[in-house]
Design a protein around this ligand. Sequence first.
Ligand SMILES: [Zn+2]
Length: 356
Amino acid sequence: MTNPLTPAVLSDPVELTRVLVDIESVSLHEKDITDCVEQVLRAVPHLRVERLGNTVMARTELGRAQRVVLAGHLDTVPIADNLPARVDGEIMYGCGTSDMKSGVALALQLAVALPEPRYDVTYFFYEAEEIDSVYNGLNLVSKSHPDWLAADFAVLLEPTHGVVEAGCQGTMRVLVSTSGKRAHSARSWRGVNAIHAAAGVLDRLAAYEARQVVIDGCAYREGLNAVRINGGIAGNVIPDRCEIEINYRFAPDRSVEQAEAHLRELFDGYEVTLVDAAPGALPGLGAAPAQEFVAAVGADPIGKLGWTDVSRFAAMGIPALNFGPGDPNVAHAVDERVEIPLIRQGAATLHRWLAT
Ligand SMILES: [Zn+2]
């Protein structure tokens, strides 16, 4: 395939977004787009390039005192009859416009155009963010080649609608179970109804007041919710077991262990089983490159409420934040779109931050 990422395309972040969107790259089908991106990066004399699977890393080696990462995933969710990209006035529509080829375009353009950034920069374009983390290119590289990611600060170009979303909340699922005693429903007094016992769990959930925590000026609003309930055997049997699945979104001042302890205390007297958990990430705005980045954006950061790959950077000891032109509210939607002025603004912001 001829590479559509021509010098003319690479010089304009809006056109570059459109061309990247038109290279279809649903998760696990990122070979074409990665080939194109890798070819572009290998032609740039000031970058050292490495590739693992469909993840490509390019870095400057200028001997600067600090290094920053600009990272973006190349994959998208399945297309929904929303390719090729379509421009209508100041809006570009199409799968991946928001999440997150507009962000990838900002990094790729800079990789080519900025031979001497004020920090050393690692550009990291990775596969399979939208699916199970066993395929996630950032996850894979963090295990097999952590040196590729060594840095003082990272910006993940996920959609944030042009503001800084710092850190992220953690997430946890637990099963809270009640037990009873099976009996024929015609003689229900011989049994103990586990579904009725679940009312006590639901009462605690309904009465729960979720915390709002402010860290480094960023507010993180927690949430504790039942997301599924499972119980019952047959139409004539008193059930002896009921399980309530609960999702806890917790602020990054709590570790996974502390979050679990909090839930065990809250549901004291019930059986609590941890299903899965992922830690949050502190906003990490203390590092000099982070403060300068926030100054370049020129607006106060807000707390990221969802879970994103910034917490993978945080787990490696690298403070990270989210910043991208896409609107997170329309990511994965059939009418996914990005506002073209925000692409231009984002490109200008990164340039202001990194140009010498
Ligand atoms: Zn994304």
